[in-house]
Design a protein around this ligand. Structure first.
Ligand code: ADP
Ligand code: MG
Length: 255
């Protein structure tokens, strides 16, 4: 059971607005994806892209930031993982940064290139499990961190290598303060379920993360935002965090 009702999607209204909106891809095969990503998508049992995925893959190829409003079960996870992993697989790993400090004071810090913020332990874990499947046999090492759980095992996971990090905002702020994660290599940033993160009171943590001095600015990173609704506070975040973005609405969108 995939939770996706494709029949329903044939009748679902999709609207993409913005400057020079690229055309959506039609099938995974015709999308000119990196061969390993295409293989992993198929291994995961995905045969047809959902509307969100069709559009986001084409925006990713064009390097366009996106604000997407779509309901639960519309395939948003692939919607951000596919364009990001396609670029990561295509460009390969960046040079490893030199560790700060010397000898026993040498810091074991992680320098992820992709960061996905999500509101809860359950959602971060789900995204991480999907990411593991799509990263299979690639150089990209996914990690997950969330609050309310022992930090020790999360630190050990990060130390083994962390290229794509899925995190709840509170735990990530904690790890940044402990100097265990640096955001200076981030090239891809995702805010998933942004409205829920704001409802949970995470705006200060989100702003601390995204507006940190280490974090590459909006022009130097690729940013995607997802939300079920598009109220004023989400519009503000979108205008602060995204550049010349495409607004994608799938289905009926509340505000
Ligand atoms: P959302 O984040 O929009 O709620 P998810 O990305 O979690 O949706 O996807 C919902 C379910 O549908 C998951 O079980 C996922 O594995 C599955 N799914 C997503 N995209 C596809 C696809 N293109 N083909 C088949 N199953 C899919
Ligand atoms: Mg989701």
């Amino acid at each position: 059971h995939t939770g996706i009702n494709f029949e329903k999607y044939d009748n679902i209204p999709v609207k993409a607005t913005g400057d020079d909106v690229p055309k959506p891809i039609t099938t995974f095969d015709e999308a000119d994806l990196e061969p390993l990503l295409l293989e992993n998508i198929k291994l995961s049992g995905y045969t047809v892209p959902t509307p969100v995925q069709k559009w986001s893959i084409s925006f990713g190829t064009a390097g366009r930031d996106m604000m997407a409003c779509a309901q639960t079960g519309s395939g948003k996870t692939g919607g951000f993982l596919f364009p990001i992993l396609n670029e990561l697989f295509r460009t390969g790993p960046a040079e490893a940064p030199v560790a700060e400090g010397r000898g026993m004071y040498r810091q074991r810090k992680a320098y992820p290139v992709a960061l996905i913020l999500s509101p809860t332990r359950e959602l971060t874990s789900q995204i991480y499990e999907e990411a593991r499947k799509f990263c299979y046999r690639s150089w990209v090492r996914p990690c997950v961190v969330y609050g309310g759980a022992d930090i020790g095992s999360q630190l050990r996971q990060i130390e083994r290598g962390c290229d794509l990090l899925v995190a709840t905002p509170g735990r990530l702020v904690d790890l940044i303060e402990r100097a265990r994660i640096s955001l200076r290599n981030i090239r891809y940033l995702v805010l998933d379920e942004a409205d829920r993160m704001l409802d949970m009171g995470f705006e200060p943590q989100i702003r601390r993360i995204v507006e940190q001095e280490d974090m590459p600015g909006v022009q130097d990173r690729y940013t995607l935002m997802f939300s079920a609704t598009f109220p004023r506070d989400i519009q503000m975040l979108a205008s602060d965090f995204l550049k010349n973005y495409i607004f994608l609405s799938v289905g009926r969108v509340g505000s």
